[in-house]
Design a protein around this ligand. Structure first.
Ligand SMILES: Nc1ncnc2c1ncn2[C@@H]1O[C@H](COP(=O)(O)OP(=O)(O)O)[C@@H](O)[C@H]1O
Ligand SMILES: [Mg+2]
Length: 329
C-alpha cells in the first residue's frame, strides 16, 4: 500500500534534497477593527493593498493577550501573531470597547510593534475632561468647562461656565450621544442626578451660541491638516455630528484653525486625529479630539483620498520608530 509516511530513519543513499526554504511573508499593515466592512476600514485596506503594504484586519475583541515574564504575546482567533510579522498597527477602536482596545494596543507596543495612534494618546482623547485640561494648559481656546459632583455645587458651576442655557456632556460620550443642552436649573440638576445615578461622569460646558449647530472637523495626519469640513446640524438639532444627521461641506481651513487643530493633536499625543472646533466670535475653539476618526463624510465632502495618506503616514511612522525586538525592558 502506498504510504505518504516518511521513513522514520534516513536510509543510506543519496542525500535527500532539503525542502525549499520559504521566504518569510512580508510584514503586514494591521488594522484593528471590529468590523472589516466599515467604510474607513475598507478604505484603509484598499489603499494599503494598492501601496503593496499587505493589509490585515484583526478583530480587536478576538485578540487574546498572554502575559508572562519578559514575553508579551498576542493571539488572534487562537493563532499567534508574532511581532516580526507586523510592520505597523492602525488601531480603530470604537468608544464602546476603549478599555479592551487599549490593552490590545498596549500589548502590540510591548511587543515592539509600532502603533499609530499609541495607547496613551487614545486614552487621553477618550476622557474629554482630561483632553480639555491638556488643551487649556497648552494655551488653546476651549469652551469654558466645569466639573463638580455635588448637587449643591451645581448652580455655582453653571454660573462659572456662563449661565443658562448650558451644555451637559458625558466625559466618555461619542457621536453626539452624550451631549445635551439644558435651559433651566431644574433641568440641569435633574439630568445630573439621573446621570450620576447611572454612574456617568459628567461635565458642564458653556454653550457657544454663535456656533448655532455648526462646527468644523479637521483631520490631522502628522503635522498637517489633510482635509476639513464644516458640519451643519439638521433642523431642530444643535449637535452637528454626522451620526446625528448633519450635512458636511468641504472647507478651506483658515490658518489659525489649522494651527489650533495641529497643536491639539500634538498636545493629546495623536499622529492621526479628528479635531472638532467651534467657530466662536473670538476664533477657533477646540471641543474635542478624536483618536479613531471615521472619514467617510470627509472623503465624500472633499473628494480627497484620505485613506492613502493615512496608510502612507502609518508606513513612514513605522520606518521612523521601528523599535528594538521584544524582551526585558
Ligand atoms: N460647548 C458647545 N457649544 C455649542 N455646541 C456644542 C458644544 N459642545 C458640543 N456641541 C455640539 O455637539 C456636538 C458633539 O459634541 P462633542 O463634544 O464633539 O461630542 P461627541 O464626542 O459626542 O462628538 C458638537 O459637534 C457640536 O455641534
Ligand atoms: Mg465630536
Amino acid at each position: 500500500m502506498a504510504s505518504a509516511k516518511r521513513p522514520a530513519v534516513n536510509r543510506a543513499g543519496p542525500a535527500r534534497r532539503p525542502a525549499p526554504r520559504r521566504a518569510a511573508p512580508a510584514p503586514a499593515l494591521v488594522i484593528l477593527s471590529r468590523n472589516a466592512k466599515l467604510y474607513s476600514t475598507r478604505r484603509l485596506v484598499a489603499a494599503a493593498r494598492v501601496l503593496g503594504l499587505h493589509p490585515r484586519v484583526l478583530d480587536t475583541l478576538r485578540c487574546d493577550l498572554l502575559l508572562e515574564r519578559d514575553r508579551p504575546r498576542l493571539f488572534h482567533r487562537g493563532v499567534e501573531i508574532v511581532p516580526a510579522s507586523v510592520r505597523v498597527v492602525i488601531p480603530r477602536i470604537g468608544a464602546s470597547i476603549t478599555g479592551y482596545g487599549l490593552s490590545v494596543v498596549n500589548q502590540f507596543d510591548l511587543m515592539g510593534v509600532p502603533v499609530l495612534n499609541g495607547a496613551a494618546g487614545i486614552g487621553r482623547s477618550r476622557d474629554k475632561l482630561r483632553a480639555l485640561q491638556l488643551l487649556a494648559l497648552a494655551g488653546l481656546a476651549i469652551p469654558r468647562t466645569a466639573l463638580c459632583r455635588y448637587r449643591d455645587d451645581v448652580p455655582a458651576a453653571v454660573e462659572l461656565v456662563g449661565g443658562l442655557p448650558c451644555i451637559i456632556k458625558l466625559v466618555r460620550g461619542a457621536q453626539g450621544v452624550g451631549v445635551m443642552i439644558a435651559s433651566t436649573m431644574a433641568e440641569v440638576t435633574g439630568l445630573l442626578d439621573t446621570l450620576w445615578t447611572l454612574g456617568q461622569e459628567i461635565l458642564l460646558q458653556e454653550l457657544v451660541k454663535e456656533s448655532r449647530g455648526r462646527d468644523v472637523r479637521a483631520l490631522v495626519i502628522g503635522d498637517e491638516v489633510v482635509a476639513a469640513m464644516r458640519r451643519t446640524a439638521r433642523a431642530g438639532e444643535f449637535r452637528s455630528n454626522i451620526h446625528r444627521g448633519a450635512a458636511a461641506t468641504r472647507l478651506e481651513l483658515p490658518g489659525d484653525y489649522a494651527r489650533a487643530a495641529i497643536r491639539a493633536a500634538r498636545v493629546v499625543g495623536l499622529e492621526v486625529a479628528g479635531v472638532d472646533l467651534l467657530e466662536a466670535h473670538e476664533g477657533p475653539m477646540i471641543m474635542e479630539v478624536n483618536s479613531s476618526p471615521g472619514f467617510e463624510a470627509l472623503e465624500r465632502a472633499t473628494g480627497y483620498d484620505i485613506a492613502t495618506r493615512y496608510v502612507e503616514h502609518a508606513a513612514a511612522f513605522a520606518a521612523r520608530t521601528h523599535k528594538a525586538p521584544p524582551g526585558p525592558r
